[in-house]
Write a protein that binds this ligand. Structure first.
Ligand code: FES
Length: 178
């Protein structure tokens, strides 16, 4: 059936409006998928990026993922996290431990320490301000040298992994030491 011009334009308006709803729904879904539930982590830039943290007193970064361990140079019992050059100028960096998941490196007086970055009170991501590991959700604090609780509600220390520097790379142990 042939449409007259008026009917054609009316149908176009309906189709366009429906498209808008679908697009708007897509944006909302995307925001939900990208949203950070259970508390917000400190804003920490990528090690290779150019942005700076907004709520941390000192420079931090993110290792974009545990790197391939295909190299025969990886010490037994360790996993490669980052080249030291990636950590230059940083005092902390998030990384994903292949076994334990979300984790954080913190530099304590020149020595890199590695812990789970998930608070032991509730699943919030902790951050490092250069002197203390802190949880943004309820104010829990942890000793950056040991992961031990120094304040707030967390019931137990952060899981710690051994760190090892070799061949200008930083490795972490593939088991929890504390
Ligand atoms: S979730 Fe970390 S202090 Fe509550």
């Amino acid at each position: 059936m042939a449409l007259n011009r008026r009917e054609f334009l009316r149908r176009m308006v309906i189709v366009t409006a429906m498209g808008g709803v679908v697009l708007a729904g897509g944006v909302v879904l995307g925001e939900k998928l990208l949203g950070n539930s259970g508390g917000s982590a400190p804003t920490i830039p990528s090690l290779g990026g150019t942005t700076q943290g907004t709520n941390q007193a000192t420079t931090q970064g993110t290792v974009t993922g545990t790197q391939s361990n295909s190299s025969s140079n990886v010490p037994a019992g360790y996993v490669l996290v980052a080249a030291l050059s990636q950590l230059s100028g940083k005092n902390a960096a998030y990384f994903t431990h292949p076994t334990f998941g979300s984790s954080i490196l913190v530099n304590v007086n020149g020595q890199w320490k590695a812990f789970s970055s998930t608070c032991t009170h509730q699943p919030c991501t902790v951050g490092y301000n250069g002197s203390s590991i802190q949880c943004p959700c309820h104010g829990g604090t942890f000793d950056p040298s040991t992961g031990a609780v120094t304040g707030g509600p967390p019931p137990s220390r952060l899981a710690e992994y051994a760190t090892l520097i070799s061949n200008n790379n930083l490795y972490v142990g593939n088991s929890v030491i504390n």
